[in-house]
Design a protein around this ligand. Structure first.
Ligand SMILES: [Cu+2]
Length: 176
């Protein structure tokens, strides 16, 4: 996915660069019939606008479906929701429970007692499975259904001071 995003950015940056180069090279030329140029520029602009709407509208709707916020909600029929209250401190996590069952939705209610932190859940292979921000005065909710047993780690994703790297907690997923 990162690779695709990078390639797409590269192609688009090249196109923008070529556009600038085209304008720079042709900036010396004088156009007599200004009205004709205005007309064709406006019609190009209209076409470009609708092309962008038609291309990026569906892309936006398609990619928004990947947002995790409501994922557990939609599947909450697959079992009772297990609630984990998570509070961030400089520099530790406080979890209301450290064991949850697999294949049942877990609702993490994440907040902070001091500064902003990032709440990231990693699997045994250190792949990020879900994340949200831990903010003082707010409770951010993420729902995640663990499909694999094992020990997951919670790491802070936002630099929060000198011992930021020590902010680690474990949560065990298995049969309860
Ligand atoms: Cu941190």
């Amino acid at each position: 996915m990162q690779q695709i995003a990078w390639l797409a950015s590269l192609v688009l940056m090249t196109l923008v660069g070529l556009g600038f180069a085209f304008v720079a090279i042709n900036s010396g030329a004088r156009e007599e019939d200004y009205g004709r140029v205005v007309h064709s520029a406006y019609s190009t602009r209209t076409k470009l606008f609708w092309t962008l709407v038609l291309v990026f509208g569906p892309v936006m709707i398609y990619t928004l479906r990947d947002l995790p916020y409501d994922a557990g909600h939609a599947r909450s029929n697959s079992g009772p929701v297990q609630v984990v209250q998570a509070t961030a401190y400089q520099w530790r996590w406080e979890l209301s429970r450290d064991r949850v069952a697999k294949d049942q939705p877990v609702e993490f209610r994440v907040t902070s007692a001091d500064v902003n932190h990032g709440f990231g859940i990693y699997d045994a292979g250190m792949h990020l499975v879900a994340q949200t921000q831990a903010m003082p005065g707010y409770t951010n909710i993420i729902r995640h259904t663990f499909r694999n047993e094992g020990t997951y780690r919670i790491l802070c994703l936002e630099y929060c001071g000198i011992a930021h790297h020590n902010m680690m907690a474990e949560i065990k997923v298995g049969g309860l």
